[in-house]
Ligand binder design. Structure first.
Ligand SMILES: Cc1cc2nc3c(=O)[nH]c(=O)nc-3n(C[C@H](O)[C@H](O)[C@H](O)COP(=O)(O)OP(=O)(O)OC[C@H]3O[C@@H](n4cnc5c(N)ncnc54)[C@H](O)[C@@H]3O)c2cc1C
Length: 613
């Protein structure tokens, strides 16, 4: 510590601490204030909530809106839809809970100033698809952040949370979190009676298509660094469905979204010969997954599967047929605006590659895998369900409380509930916020943080700076040191292991038990080396802790992938030694629990209850 003597330790007390000021964090903050008028609600965010999280750049559609006021859909319909898309495995209690409240969140967004497009004939929100409504959403995040800022007692921006704190006397109760300022290096100790983890999903777990200086070009935000998983895992919270990584079909190189193109512009895909190809693979897919291929809409993973098969058969690339739709000036405008509101990079890529979709059908590709819980995938923490709807086995405490007392999760952090997207994540944050207030009111007696643990963590957090400061003296030039590795080197090793051994792009999404076993061996070596990461400055220190969070989440993904001996989601990944879906043995959730003392993972199954017909 002597090397960095000017660093201060700042203590912040709160009733409710929200970690991550993205969509679910803003929802949690807003609702905590609503139910807890006099409570101290603190938000801690590693960027700035004004433009942080996956919605930083804006969105063009809200992907989860029932439209109950016009009887467009009911919550049960959404549960059926999500269940179908995830090949039968979702927490129906949690999904129903979000669906019944999500419309009210969207109505608040509009009240707060979000422009939502209207159908001129009906006056209703303009639908892009059955669940999506179209918005002018460049400022979506600042609008939602403003509501959270006004609701919060304090917002701490630019603080990266590295660890949760546990209560000194009750081993399974959370009592806060620690982290550091990425601006001035101060050590922050947040003492809290209830904690809501809302820190988003995980990119850069698997090696991305774009590497080197292009590595920031990923589909999920490059700053989504798996903290939402690592923080609860470190303190022994059970995780679920971590093997259920997602692979996206997107416009090549820019990851521009295809939803508006399929749903609103009615464009379609074809192989290199201009042929429809999905039907070619019908029998093949049916042999793997049975009747799931006959469901409507066809599950997302199975549509990827057809693309992968067609490309492997030598009939790639797959292209989106835009030339027809773009002859209509209205559709052409929508096609471009769709990107300008949320993925400007796609426009830049097309411009730089001489692609005008009016004259050239652009290529699609399948992305590297991502770990998240709010899209067509449902990795995350195993959470207690709503009291009026959850079966007893899914209910051990307050709504959205993890298996650690006082620790709540929402958005990408919370498992078993796909297809919540921005509005559903915000809504789940609201649900978690209300429950955290109830928890506090019922059980919020004074908690005790452990001073010795805080000191220990204070040293651990900054150790990479010390590693660098000392190890740097052993070399006179260059960056290769005998004593430390840099965070980027560690990250690239992790991505390579996950890519080659756990079903990434280089392996055509294929893995098996021997590959995973070897992957674990390599990961153990990486874990040893990760104690010797050297961080040159605070920026590199943040990269180090982001890597460490990704490492722990990746380990979890590997354990889950090994445990589930079937291929449940072809097109997301394949267990080559168990190529078929096996409903008899695996129509269940996978759960893991990490023991920080022993470093061991315990795996178990949990039943899937179908509550909705
Ligand atoms: C490319 C893309 C397109 C999408 N398109 C749509 C769409 O069209 N419509 C739609 O409705 N939804 C869309 N979504 C989904 C939506 O963005 C997510 O579902 C939603 O943002 C998830 O909310 P969250 O709170 O879990 O995560 P986020 O909103 O990502 O928030 C996580 C927050 O935690 C912070 N954080 C992370 N780690 C730490 C740490 N250690 N310490 C402190 N803070 C931390 C992050 O900086 C961030 O602010 C899209 C997402 C992506 C990536």
């Amino acid at each position: 510590m002597g090397l960095f003597a000017s660093r201060r330790t700042v203590f912040v007390d709160s009733d409710i601490l929200v970690i991550g000021g993205g969509f679910s964090g803003c929802g949690a903050t807003y609702e905590s204030r609503y139910w807890g008028r006099d409570l101290k609600v603190v938000v801690v965010e590693k960027a700035n909530i004004e433009r942080s999280g996956a919605v930083a750049q804006g969105l063009y559609a809200i992907n989860c809106y029932m439209g109950m006021q016009w009887d467009e859909n009911q919550p049960e319909d959404h549960v059926r839809y999500a269940r179908n898309d995830l090949m039968g495995l979702v927490r129906e209690d949690l999904g129903y809970d979000i669906a019944r409240h999500v419309d009210s969140s969207v109505h608040m967004f509009e009240e707060w100033g979000l422009p939502i497009m209207k159908d001129e004939e009906t006056g209703r929100y303009q639908r892009e698809g059955k669940w999506q409504i179209m918005i002018h959403g460049e400022s979506y995040k600042p609008i939602i952040a403003e509501a959270a800022r006004k609701a919060a007692t304090e917002v701490y921006n630019r603080i990266m949370v590295t660890h949760l704190l546990m209560d000194k006397t009750r081993p399974n109760r959370v009592s806060g979190a620690v982290g550091f300022s990425v601006r001035n290096g101060n050590f922050y100790v947040f003492r809290a009676k209830a904690v809501i983890v809302a820190a988003g999903g995980a990119s850069h777990i698997f090696k991305p298509h774009s590497v080197g200086e292009g590595m920031g070009r990923t589909w999920y935000a490059p700053w989504s660094s798996a903290s939402a998983y690592a923080l609860p895992i470190q303190v022994g919270a059970k995780m679920t469905q971590m093997e259920n990584r997602i692979v996206l079909t997107r416009f090549k190189d820019g990851y521009g979204p295809v939803g508006a193109y399929f749903l609103h512009l009615k464009t379609y895909t074809e192989n290199v010969n201009g042929e429809e190809y999905e039907s070619t693979w019908y029998d093949d897919t049916k042999a793997l997954v049975g009747d799931y291929i006959d469901r409507h809409p066809v599950p997302t993973c199975l549509r990827n599967h057809a693309i992968l098969k067609e490309v492997a058969a030598g009939r790639g690339p797959i292209r989106m047929v835009t030339k027809e739709a773009f002859q209509d000036p209205h559709k052409e405008q929508v096609g471009w605006e769709n990107f300008l509101g949320m993925t400007v990079g796609q426009v830049v890529v097309w411009a730089s590659q001489n692609i005008d979709p009016k004259y050239t059908n652009p290529e699609l590709t399948t992305s590297e895998p991502y770990v998240m819980g709010s899209h067509a995938t449902c990795s995350g923490a195993w959470a207690s369900g709503p009291e009026d709807y959850a079966p007893p086995e899914y209910r051990w405490g307050y709504n959205r409380m993890m298996t650690v007392d006082g620790l709540f999760g929402a958005g990408d952090a919370s498992g078993g509930t796909p297809h919540k997207f921005s509005s559903g994540s915000f809504t789940e944050g609201r649900i978690a916020g209300k429950a955290a207030v109830n928890y506090m009111n019922d059980l919020g007696e004074d908690h005790q943080v452990d001073e010795a643990e805080i000191r220990r963590l204070g040293e651990e957090v900054y150790q990479p700076l010390n590693n660098y400061a000392v190890g740097r003296n052993e070399i006179v030039a260059g960056t290769v040191s005998p004593s430390y590795i840099l965070p980027i080197h560690a990250l690239q090793r992790l991505e390579k292991i996950m890519d080659e051994y756990c079903g990434g792009i280089s392996a055509n999404y294929m893995t098996n038990e021997p590959l995973l076993t070897r992957g674990f061996e390599l990961m153990d070596m990486l874990k040893e080396d990760s104690d010797h990461i050297g961080a040159e400055d605070l920026h590199q220190l943040q990269r180090t802790w982001e890597f460490k969070h990704r490492l722990l989440a990746s380990e979890s993904v590997m354990h889950h992938t090994l445990f589930r001996t079937e291929t449940r989601w072809p097109g997301y990944y394949y267990r080559g030694d168990h190529m078929k879906l096996d409903d008899e043995n695996w129509h269940c959730f996978t759960l893991s629990q990490y023991d920080v003392e022993t470093g061991k993972w315990n795996m178990e199954k949990a039943p899937v209850y179908h509550i909705v017909d």
